[in-house]
Design a protein around this ligand. Structure first.
Ligand code: CMP
Length: 685
């Protein structure tokens, strides 16, 4: 009878819940009764691999999981390279994970899962799975159901092990690909793993395996992040050796290797072409180089977005000679570099003017990458017939402050501040001997009040944009992660930092040079107008710098000038000051930027601050694994602009206006500026 059956079932269940569970699982999902589904649910609550899933998802699983059993040891469930059809959880038994060229990398036990990578990445199996014990039992979920269910999972972590150690930690990431939503239509789901941590080689293997050339997926982003940041956790030599090994092994990673190298050269541009390790690597295997150069993608400049600007100017050309002097204005750059039209390369030669204690100077011509101790001091001493060991290089600022330039420093020509001078001194003598006058420049008023505001704003913005565009993305990394550890310099970044100061000292310089009150009011109005245009052009870099300049104490104390300024302009300034407010980590600025569509040129000091914060707050390695998450965060902010020309409409007359916008000579000595300010408008009594 029914009653007997129910009691017999209850009896059976008590005696062997395991057998009941299995018999329920053996049924086709659609034939399972409500009681059976409940029983399956109770059982899977205790399975390790599923513990991160919500109860709701576990309930859904009861309707789709199936049972698989293999009696023999050595049964292959699937081979590396096969299409991925299902995901497995081990109910009992052990399997071995085998990878070509590595053999058995690990064994998986009861409660572990496998087979998810191929499904998530819509790619071939990364390993072969073979039973290592008799009578292995598995739960199996078909690809379609797995994708559907895991789309709803909020967070999930996957740990891949080799020889007992974690080698790759992946995390489910519900974020869309940075490149846009296109990725969602190309992969089976928007369920993706992002790389959280891993060994260098395993992260690379993962990227090479799943990268799909020119398809914008999350993997493309990971590859770019790897290419940009690898110098933080490994070196070019190791990377080259690994890639060559994988290329020669000729398996499924080969295609990935070629694509990787092509993108590497696009992203690193001249740094790729000038790196001796990379150059010798490329020469090792002629087949390889042929394969790469024949790749149709070599000609493509890269996907639009983050890195395109770096990809387009493929810097294969040889080093040019740049003349760049310190201590005078930048007028002696050759035109192309002066206009910011070209980036400064490490091998570019610069002319350094180095003063002696009695104010005579000598010039030395060295690559921008020259270090203070080995090259600059040595070269200067040779000219002056001194012994280099006794000397140090000291920077004398316009305000007569001095500081010794560290011996390891490179990019000296661009790192020193505006209007400063370099001195070669022994410990005994000091540049304070210098005649005050000689360190300050003589600057004449530029009569800028007559120039069209729109025109000058255009040239300011254009030059700022050129300078920003010249900064190699790696320079951000070198600068925030201790430049001297890397072989490369940060010259273009230094130039940008100097530009900020130049723009910030421009309003006080011009305004305090102007003795006539009406002209001064006119000039102040001009600066405020330019700033409005800069803001309109989304040049937040220029906007913030000029605004800081307008707020300089030498300007803000000019009460007569401010009183005569139409109230409309005073209100504009008050509005701008809000954006400048640094409180709560520049909250106002961030809100403003978030509310605008695009920032052409971001407020550069804030990017540096954020990057430094990120750098210092996160370890590069965690438990011996590269903390890849950190690398990704580090880069999210450097998301700059396309060209300025398309937005800015102006007469674009070059000539004097452009020259002013680029050179704008300034006085950076606050004491001098205050004195000048006092002269044009003496203190009110
Ligand atoms: P998939 O590529 O679908 O098939 C093979 C599976 O082996 C893979 O997903 C992972 O789930 C699993 N696996 C376990 N350890 C490793 C490892 N060290 N490397 C690659 N795959 C591994």
């Amino acid at each position: 009878s029914e009653e007997e059956l129910v009691s017999a079932l209850a009896d059976l269940k008590r005696k062997s819940p395991d057998a009941m569970f299995r018999s329920a699982l053996r049924k086709l999902p659609e034939h399972r009764t409500a009681t059976e589904l409940e029983m399956i649910y109770d059982e899977i609550l205790h399975i390790n691999a599923l513990k991160e899933l919500s109860n709701e998802i576990k309930k859904q699983l009861t309707k789709v999981i199936q049972f698989e059993f293999h009696q023999q040891v050595g049964t292959t469930l699937f081979h590396q390279g096969d299409e991925g059809r299902s995901w497995y959880v081990i109910l009992s038994g052990v399997v071995d994970v085998l990878i070509h060229g590595k053999g058995v990398v690990c064994s998986l036990h009861e409660g572990d899962d496998f087979g998810n990578l191929a499904i998530v990445n819509d790619a071939p199996r990364a390993a072969t799975i073979v039973t290592a014990q008799p009578n292995c039992q598995f739960l199996r979920v078909e690809k379609f159901d797995f994708v559907k269910i895991l789309n709803e999972v909020e967070a999930k972590t996957d740990r891949l092990k080799e020889h007992g150690k974690d080698v790759l930690i992946l995390e489910k990431n519900s974020l869309k690909s940075r490149s846009g939503s296109m990725a969602d239509t190309l992969t089976p789901s928007n369920y993706k793993y992002s790389i959280a941590r891993g060994t260098v080689d395993k992260i690379l293997e993962h990227i090479l395996r799943y990268i799909q050339p020119w398809v914008l997926t999350g993997m493309e982003d990971s590859m770019e992040d790897f290419i940009i940041t690898y110098k933080l956790f490994t070196d070019s030599k190791h990377l080259c050796e690994y890639l060559l090994k994988q290329y020669r092994a000729g398996d499924s990673l080969k295609k990935g290797v070629v694509y990787f190298v092509v993108r590497w050269s696009h992203i690193h541009t001249y740094i790729f072409h000038e790196d001796p390790d990379i150059q010798s690597f490329l020469k090792v295997d002629t087949n390889f180089i042929k394969h790469i150069s024949e790749n149709p993608m070599v000609a493509v400049s890269g996907k639009p977005g983050l890195l395109n600007r770096r990809s387009s100017n493929n810097g294969t050309s040889g080093a040019s000679q740049v003349v760049l002097t310190v201590g005078t204005s930048v007028q002696r750059y050759p035109m192309s570099k002066q206009n910011g039209a070209e980036p400064i390369h490490d091998s570019d030669k610069v002319l350094l003017k180095i003063y002696d204690w009695n104010n005579t100077y000598t010039t030395v011509k060295l690559p921008i990458s020259a270090t203070v101790s080995f090259q600059i001091i040595a070269a200067a001493c040779e000219k002056l017939s001194n012994s280099p060991s006794d000397f140090k290089l000291v920077e004398l600022h316009e305000n007569h402050d001095t500081n010794e330039i560290p011996k390891r420093q490179t990019s000296v020509a661009t790192a020193v501040s505006l209007n400063s001078r370099l001195y070669l001194t022994t410990t005994g003598d000091h540049p304070y001997l210098v005649n005050k006058q000689s360190a300050s420049k003589t600057i004449e008023a530029s009569h800028m009040e007559t120039v069209s505001s729109l025109e000058i704003a255009y040239h300011l913005c254009k030059h700022n944009w050129n300078l920003m565009n010249n900064i190699h993305i790696l320079e951000f990394l070198f600068k925030t992660c201790g430049g001297h550890k890397f072989k490369w310099t940060t010259s273009n970044l230094n130039v940008m930092a100097r530009r900020f100061n130049q723009l910030a000292y421009w309003p006080p310089t011009e305004i305090c040079l102007c003795a006539n009150i009406n002209k001064r009011v006119q000039l102040l109005r001009k600066f405020i107008k330019w700033d409005t245009y800069l803001k309109m052009y989304h040049d937040m870099f220029g906007f913030m710098a000029v605004m800081i300049g307008i707020g300089n104490q030498a300007v803000s104390r000019l009460h007569d000038t401010w009183d005569k300024l139409p109230s409309k302009y005073r209100k504009m300034v008050q509005g701008f000051e809000g954006i400048l407010d640094p409180s709560r980590n520049h909250r106002n600025y961030r809100l403003f930027v978030a509310s605008t569509e695009s920032t052409r040129i971001p407020y550069f000091p804030l990017i540096m601050k954020d990057l430094t914060f990120m750098q210092e707050g996160n370890d590069t390695f965690k438990d011996d694994l590269v903390n890849f998450e950190k690398m990704v965060i580090t880069l999210l902010d450097i998301n700059v602009t396309t060209s300025v020309d398309n937005l800015l409409e102006t007469t674009k007359t070059a000539g004097t206006t452009k020259k002013y916008a680029i050179t704008c000579p300034v006085i950076t000595n606050q004491v001098v500026l205050n004195e000048m300010s006092n002269t044009v408008e003496p203190k009110r009594t």
